[in-house]
Design a protein around this ligand. Structure first.
Ligand code: PLP
Length: 411
């Protein structure tokens, strides 16, 4: 270790190539990022270390819905950081109750469990669902089963990758946690048929983000809700990516007028400043947790709560949710108008969009590289899909400019 560091640690990296080399030398290679090194962000824009400006069309997978370095969230972060950052849950703090009240009033949830990463919120909901199954539904001990969907993405912990259907996520990480069963996404009858007396929950994304912005058939969530109510199964909606304004509604469940029993939020809950996630509960489910049965050192800390409170407030006060709806329509129409023969489909809801290329059209990665040259940052999902999800503060002018750039790679 000493020999690797000596002589290198004092070099000051400057160019893109320097930073790429540094990461390649020391970092685990579990990501394959684009060759761009970002140093600064403001609103929809980011700048690389060479000073080149880009329109961010990924928004950190929807964690920066409020735009980069939102001044009010930054102010809340700095002020709270100077006052109190962490107490642990051994003691109360003066931000937690306020965070609870504000997020409950906004989402109409009854109870909240604060965590940090999205995967932790998912794991927490799975634990709660199992406990609810044994203590409230009366499922025999160790028999609880949770239904999940094909092509799901819920994070990277062992239990979660265990029920992934993506071989890259699973291979050589076993043995996996039992008690999960996969049904096809978007097929409510397959779900209805899969329900057994031991079924305690279904975990589902309102729109599958990582799978490539897969929008289920209209009525799917409503039917899943009916089946859940009929069969006494908890509906767990993973809104970590779709939630907090991304689809043009505060929560994507609103498009179908349903209410999940447990709703998971994360990512934009902090506007990208800090990992904050939460399990929101509309039923007695969270009530099964008694002192000592679940927790997190950083969960519900005052810094996270202060940041999340402001991140939620600016979403609403600054009209970002309505803007996502109208700018989303404008972007969808614009992209459709410039889509040439290489494009199989342009789809989206709010500012969560995807361009699906024809399989023989040369792939999405090359398109994203060209877009980078034109000042637009996008990341392909799978081989043929370009995902487009700019911050929700994007203006009509910026949408039109983006469409011009997309026009050059889509026809
Ligand atoms: C990003 C994401 C997660 C995982 O969140 P992390 O903070 O990366 O653990 C879970 N579910 C969905 C739908 C996501 O998009």
């Amino acid at each position: 270790m000493d020999t690797i560091l000596s002589g290198r640690s004092t070099d000051a990296p400057r160019s893109t190539a320097d930073f790429l080399a540094l990461e390649a030398l020391y970092g685990a290679s579990n990501y394959k990022p684009m060759d761009v090194v970002l140093a600064r962000g403001e609103g929809v824009w980011v700048w690389d270390v060479e000073g080149k400006r880009y329109l961010d069309c990924l928004s950190a997978y929807s964690a920066v819905n409020q735009g980069h370095c939102h001044p009010k969230i930054r102010e809340a972060l700095v002020a709270q950081a100077a006052r109190l950052t962490l107490t642990s849950r051994a003691f109360h703090n003066d931000q937690l109750g306020l965070f609870y009240r504000e997020i409950c009033e906004l989402t109409r949830a009854h109870k909240v469990l604060p965590m940090n990463s999205g995967a932790e919120a998912v794991e927490s909901a799975l634990k709660v669902a199992r406990k609810w199954g044994y203590e409230i539904k009366g499922v025999p001990e160790d028999r609880a089963e949770i239904i999940v969907c094909s092509e799901n993405f819920h994070g990277r912990t062992l239990a979660i990758v265990g029920f992934s259907t993506d071989p890259v996520s699973r291979t050589h990480f076993g043995p996996f946690t039992p008690g999960f069963r996969v049904v096809p996404y978007g097929d409510s009858e397959a779900f209805a048929q899969a329900v057994r007396p031991e079924t305690v929950a279904i975990l589902v994304e309102p729109i599958q983000g990582e799978a490539g912005v897969i929008i289920p058939p209209s009525g799917y969530l409503r039917r899943v809700r009916e089946i859940c109510t009929q069969e006494r199964v908890l509906m767990i909606l993973d809104e970590i990516q779709t939630g907090l304004g991304r689809t043009g509604r505060l929560l994507a469940e609103e498009h179908e007028g349903v209410e999940a029993d447990l709703t998971l939020v994360g990512k934009a809950l902090s506007g990208g400043f800090y990992p904050v996630s939460a399990v929101l509960s509309n039923v007695e489910a969270l009530g099964v947790l008694k002192p000592g049965e679940h927790g997190s050192t950083f969960g519900g800390n005052p810094l996270a709560c202060a940041v999340a409170r402001t991140a939620l407030r600016v979403l609403v006060e600054e009209g970002m949710i309505e803007n996502a709806a109208s700018m989303g329509e404008r972007l969808l129409a614009g992209l459709r108008s410039v889509a040439g023969a290489s494009v199989a489909e342009v789809r989206g809801r709010g500012l969560m969009l995807a361009v699906e290329l024809h399989p023989d059209a040369g792939g999405a990665h090359a398109r994203c590289t060209t877009l980078k040259g034109r000042g637009v940052l996008c990341k392909e999902t799978h081989v043929h899909t370009i995902r487009i999800a700019p911050p929700l503060v994007i203006t009509a002018e910026q949408v039109d400019w983006a469409v011009e750039q997309f026009a050059t790679v889509l026809n």
